[in-house]
Design a binder for this molecule. Sequence first.
Ligand SMILES: [Zn+2]
Length: 122
Amino acid sequence: MAGRDGKEPDQHWKRNVMDKHEDIAKALQSRLVELTGNVADIDTELRSSLPADWEEQATKLEDQDPLEGIEKSKLQEIGQIRAALQRIADGHYGVCVECGERIDPKRLKAQPTATRCIACAK
Ligand SMILES: [Zn+2]
């Protein structure tokens, strides 16, 4: 019965990939929590301290434009992270949406929400 419980090399490789994605998923989830907190703070900031006078309100809203820009980019990142987590759940993560090739793990490490390989992203 020798070798009966020996692991297939292919399964071993797949397991390694799964583990890596698990790490990425964890990192993405904690980033998501952080971003959601940031956006909630910005929302509170944007909506709370509006002066009663409408003219003052307009000035105040103008001041808050940069804050809205920050909120927008954070919301965008939240969307990208959710999409990446969905791809991990679906098993499509790390595969280029253009050519179907595996995305370089180094690229994914630098940009975990990447949906295209380096060649297709150009
Ligand atoms: Zn590609």
